[in-house]
Every structure is written in structure tokens, then in C-alpha cells.
Design a protein around this ligand. Structure first.
Ligand SMILES: [Cu+2]
Length: 147
């Protein structure tokens, strides 16, 4: 291996480490958007960043919603009342939910880089929205904040 190649590898590695940020989303019984919420519910991250879901209140989890993440992206399913860390690996919009409170619209949105799949997500998320017993417009409100 040439010295130049080694240097390139080292620089690539250190730059990706330097720019990978951590984000915290709390799982709460009560927040600024009402009862049973992720807070903040809408976050912008960069590809390679990590999102830490914190069990601020118990009896919540975070799990990605099948079909509502970028194609081929990471998916996750956190345990109840446990922290879960997710490293975002593809550009686009991700929708996740709390399993026991999905019916109360306990959902959240991650935008990694540009929201390249936003139109698709808006269409595909209608099926999820119809399962909400309360806060029916919460997800649409969140998606309207996506830039
Ligand atoms: Cu919950």
C-alpha cells in the first residue's frame, strides 16, 4: 500500500468521525405537542449521525415503520423502556413510532440530508394515519415542517 493511499484512508476515517453527530429524542408521557410524544418529534440529521432515543418516561419504545423509511435503509425496533441508538445510513425521510402508543399518534420524523422520498412518504403514511384514534393530524403537521 502506498503512503498516499494510507494517508487518504486516514483522512477519510477521521473526517467521517469528526462530522458524525449525536442527536437525542426523548420518549415522554407529556410534551409540548401533547400526551405521548417523541420530543423533538421532527429532527434534521446528516447521514452517518446517530439518534439516541431516551426513555425519559417508561413504557415507550421506538421502532421504524415498515415502508416509511428510505429504500434499503437501517430499520430498528427498540425494547420497551430502553434506550436505543440508531445510526442513520441513507438519505431521506424516516417515520418511526412507539408501538403501544401508535394509536395515539406517538410518532416521529427524521430527515437525513435532503427529503428525497418525501412525496412517497406522504402517500404511504396515510395508512398509518388512519390507525390513529386521537391526534389524527399530528403526523401531517410534522411532515409539513419537513424542508
Ligand atoms: Cu409510547
Amino acid at each position: 500500500m502506498t503512503n498516499k493511499l494510507i494517508l487518504t484512508l486516514v483522512l477519510t476515517l477521521t473526517s467521517s468521525l469528526a462530522f458524525a453527530a449525536e442527536h437525542t429524542v426523548e420518549m415522554k408521557n407529556m410534551g409540548t405537542d401533547g400526551m405521548m410524544v417523541f420530543e423533538p418529534a421532527v429532527i434534521n440529521v446528516a447521514v452517518g449521525d446517530t439518534v439516541n432515543f431516551e426513555p425519559t418516561d417508561s413504557a415507550h419504545n421506538s421502532e421504524s415503520v415498515p415502508g416509511l423509511t428510505p429504500k434499503g435503509s437501517v430499520t430498528w425496533k427498540g425494547e420497551m423502556s430502553q434506550k436505543i441508538s440508531v445510526t442513520i445510513d441513507k438519505e431521506g425521510v424516516y417515520i418511526y413510532k412507539c408501538m403501544p402508543h401508535s394509536v395515539l399518534a406517538m410518532v416521529g420524523v427524521i430527515i437525513a440530508g435532503k427529503p428525497t422520498n418525501l412525496d412517497e412518504i406522504k402517500k404511504s403514511s396515510k395508512a398509518l394515519t388512519t390507525t390513529f384514534a386521537t391526534n389524527n393530524d399530528r403526523l401531517n403537521k410534522y411532515l409539513s415542517q419537513v424542508k
